[in-house]
Structures are given as structure tokens and as C-alpha cells.
Design a protein around this ligand. Structure first.
Ligand code: ADP
Ligand code: MG
Length: 445
């Protein structure tokens, strides 16, 4: 039994306050077919939504089976909507991409019933509304009357105590309207049906009680009901689970994604663009780093620091010889005397004095010691040892003469000087040639 006690409801849109329900009181029996009639905007839909727990009232009370809903929590409302109420809307509200069987089944998935059980009950509900042979059609393959019957099957599959219908025939022609009304009358045989309608003809023909609304007030009631106060043992019946199991919601989500494959793939791709971008930038940076270190490595190999067993202080040699030569040039004008040229002796002396022996044994020990700090400065190629042995390569030239084809040894023949030039002294060019002779280990002087 539902008792509506002095319920008021206002809608506020900005400045405008709309009184949708104004102190409405109504008691509904457990088993009757109530039609609510009234002009548009009189509050019929609002009243139905309040009864069904879809909307909240501002003032008054809704008493369900003797229990006030003033203290209801969200969970209680969920359970009430799920187990006590079935809804039928004017616009059917079916899910277009699912078969009608799946649509009806969906109303049961929330109740936590096993899959086979659900299928069986959905099939039975559809058979009851005369659609047992069209289970696998989609809503858009059906007529309006058939869709409304699917909606009624969906509302009834949970076997609710109350069926609420908001203008169920509003979008139907008179013939299909009659079919739907017949169905609702049958349904009302063992439960409470509250139907909102514009059609007073149909209301009078099929319902057992007519309530008229105007401006949010009840103006007429054809069969008022005044129960004695709070019946004994009143309480909520069948308040069960009103939650989907995790697996059910997961499979519903996948089903939904699967029916919109293209969009899902596009969305997934769009979502991953950011990740792809970051991955690309990281890959690029990594690649460039690798390239730079490769270039560094190969450049460094062609410019190694070479440490040989002997070293020559070139600047020492140049400085000493250059200075002495200058003096000799200044004295050149007068050739009346014979000068002894000690330059060759001096240069080899200087050479010898500027050659230093490196202590390679100690240096190698230093390099081999894993604790020496040199290791942090070594490049990728590390330390390479080689022996200073020269193997000259000789071959015959076009005239049949034996020549050295190795560049170092070839210098011997290239750097041959005329004795005249060296006697004449000469400037820095001659000096350079002398250097060549010294370095290649031969002299024409
Ligand atoms: P009926 O179903 O009888 O045509 P309703 O119950 O839908 O009437 O609406 C009653 C009044 O409340 C109307 O004046 C309507 O404009 C107003 N109303 C209904 N729903 C809302 C809402 N969500 N927001 C603001 N006003 C609303
Ligand atoms: Mg309405």
C-alpha cells in the first residue's frame, strides 16, 4: 500500500518558481488500476516520479507499506526502485543497439541474478506480452506498439509490486493503444498499476479508479481509499541487492564498447597519442645521444694521445737553431774568410740533448693499476699498446729502380739537398729542409 501524504514539490529555474505538486494526498490500494488524468503541466509526471522514487518531494511524506520514506538513504531508494517499482515511459527508453531480449535482461542484471536465470525470465516476460517470436530483433526493427510492449515486459520482468506508466499510449495509434491497455489491464490483475494519460476515454474503459489533477492539486477521485492507520506488521518486502556484480558491469561495458568498435578504436588511439608522442621523443633523444657518442668515439680514435718510448722537445731545437742562424746571416756580407760550419754537429747535439727517454715501465704500471685516476678520463677505446717497429715496403718504379713505397722512408730521397744551398746558408726554408734531414737520419753535408 502506498500513501501519499500532503506532498508538495517545487521546481526552481532561476527566478521562476513552479509549484508542480501542491499538497497532494492519495492512498493507493495494493491491487488496482489507477488512471491519473489532467491537462498538460498539471503535475502528473511529477507525481508519478515521486511515487517511483525518481524524484524527491519537498514537503509531506510518502509512506510505503506503513514505513515513512523521510529517512530513506540513497541505498533504500535504489532497492525500492529496483524491487518494488516497474516503469513504462512514453518514449519506451530502450537501448537501440541491443536486442529486445538483452534490453529486458538488462533490468535483471542489476538484481544480481544468474545469467541463465535472467535469460529464461526475460524470454518468459516477452512471451507474456506476445513477443516470444521476436526475441532477437533490435528496437528500431519494431513498431511503436511492439516497443511499448517490450518496455512493459522490461518493467514486469522483476515482478514488481507497482507498475508506473507515464502516458504509455501517448505515441501510439488508437488500435495499438487498445492492445497496450489490454496488456496493462491484465498486468493490473495482481498488482497496483498507476497510469498517467491524456485519454479519458481509455482511462474510463480500462482502469478501476480515476484521479484528476489540476495545477498540482487533486480535484477528483472516483474511488477514494481511507485505510485504517498503520497496518500491523507493516514493513519493506523483498528489499534485496540493488547492485550489479563487478563482472556484470564489466561485461556490459565490453558489450557497449564492442557495439561501437570504430569509435572505441578511435578513442583509444586518440588517448594514446600523448603516450606515443612521449615515446617518440624519448626514442629520438636516445638515438641522438647514441649518434653523438659514436661520432665522438670515431673522432677520438683518429686523434689519440700517443706516448712513445722517446720524446723530442721540438721547440727547444727550433729556438736554439733559429737564434744562431740569425747571427750568421748578419755576418754574410764579408766573404773574405773561411767559416767553419758547425751547424750539423750542433744540431745533432741539440737533437740528442732534446730527446728524452720516457719511463714506460712505471707508466704502464700506472695504467694497469685499477685505482689510478686516469681510468675516469679514458675514452671508449681505452689504452692500446703497439711496438715501434717499421717494416719498409719497397717496389720497382717505371724505370726499374728499387724505391721505397712506404711514405716515411721515401722522405730520404725527397729531402736530398744540394751542398751549394746549404753552404750558402739561406733563410727559414733551408732551415726547414735541414730539419727534415736531421729527422730522417741522413745528411748530405
Ligand atoms: P504533466 O506531466 O502533467 O504535463 P509535469 O509534472 O511534467 O506535468 O510538470 C508540472 C509542472 O512542473 C510544469 O509546469 C512543468 O513546467 C514543471 N516542471 C516539470 N519538470 C520540471 C523541471 N525538471 N524543471 C523545472 N520545471 C519543471
Ligand atoms: Mg507528463
Amino acid at each position: 500500500m502506498l500513501q501519499i501524504k500532503g506532498i508538495s514539490k517545487q521546481y526552481r529555474t532561476g527566478e521562476l518558481v513552479q509549484q508542480a505538486l501542491n499538497d497532494v494526498s492519495l492512498n493507493l490500494r495494493d491491487n488496482e488500476f489507477v488512471s491519473i488524468l489532467g491537462p498538460s503541466g498539471s503535475g502528473k509526471t511529477t507525481l508519478l516520479n515521486v511515487i517511483g522514487g525518481l524524484d524527491r518531494y519537498d514537503a509531506g511524506d510518502l509512506v510505503i507499506n506503513g514505513i515513512s520514506t523521510k529517512e530513506y538513504k540513497d541505498r533504500d531508494w535504489d532497492a525500492y526502485r529496483n524491487h518494488t517499482i516497474g516503469f513504462v515511459f512514453q518514449s519506451y527508453n530502450l537501448i537501440p543497439h541491443q536486442t529486445i531480449l538483452a534490453n529486458v535482461e538488462l533490468a535483471l542484471t542489476i538484481g544480481g541474478i544468474s545469467r541463465n536465470d535472467r535469460r529464461e525470465r526475460a524470454r518468459k516476460a516477452l512471451e507474456e506480452v506476445g513477443l516470444g517470436d521476436q526475441l532477437h530483433k533490435k528496437p528500431n526493427q519494431m513498431s511503436g506498439g511492439q516497443m511499448q510492449r517490450v518496455a512493459i515486459a522490461r518493467a514486469l520482468v522483476n515482478d514488481p509490486e507497482v507498475l508506473l506508466a507515464d502516458e504509455p499510449t501517448g505515441a501510439l495509434d488508437s488500435e495499438t493503444s487498445i492492445q497496450v491497455m489490454e496488456l496493462l489491464k491484465k498486468v493490473a490483475g495482481n498488482r497496483l498499476v498507476v497510469m498517467v494519460t491524456h485519454n479519458s476515454e481509455l482511462a474510463r474503459q480500462y482502469s478501476t479508479r480515476i484521479v484528476k489533477l489540476r495545477d498540482g492539486r487533486v480535484t477528483d477521485d472516483s474511488d477514494p481509499f481511507l485505510p485504517e492507520e498503520t497496518p500491523e506488521g507493516a514493513g519493506h518486502k523483498r528489499m534485496g541487492k540493488a547492485k550489479m556484480s563487478f563482472l556484470t558491469s564489466l561485461s556490459l561495458s565490453f558489450n557497449n564498447l564492442w557495439t561501437k568498435k570504430g569509435r572505441t578504436i578511435l578513442t583509444a588511439f586518440a588517448g594514446s597519442i600523448g603516450i606515443i608522442g612521449i615515446a617518440l621523443i624519448l626514442a629520438l633523444a636516445e638515438g641522438v645521444n647514441g649518434y653523438i657518442s659514436d661520432i665522438q668515439k670515431s673522432t677520438m680514435t683518429s686523434y689519440p694521445i700517443t706516448i712513445s718510448s722517446q720524446s723530442v722537445d721540438m721547440s727547444g731545437i727550433m729556438g736554439a737553431r733559429g737564434g744562431r742562424w740569425e747571427n750568421e746571416v748578419s755576418a754574410e756580407g764579408n766573404r773574405t774568410r773561411v767559416y767553419a760550419d758547425y751547424s750539423a754537429i750542433e744540431s745533432s747535439e741539440e737533437m740528442a740533448s732534446n730527446i728524452k727517454e720516457n719511463n714506460l715501465t712505471a707508466f704502464k704500471e700506472y695504467l694497469d693499476n685499477p685505482e689510478s685516476e686516469i681510468h675516469q678520463y679514458l675514452g671508449e677505446n681505452g689504452v692500446v699498446y703497439s711496438y715501434g717497429a717499421h717494416f719498409g715496403i719497397y717496389s720497382y718504379d717505371a724505370d726499374g729502380n728499387l724505391v721505397a713505397s712506404d711514405a716515411d722512408i721515401d722522405q730520404v730521397s725527397v729531402s736530398t739537398l744540394s751542398s751549394e744551398d746549404s753552404a750558402a746558408g739561406g733563410g727559414p726554408a733551408a732551415n726547414m729542409e735541414r730539419m727534415n734531414q736531421v729527422m730522417s737520419g741522413s745528411s748530405d753535408l
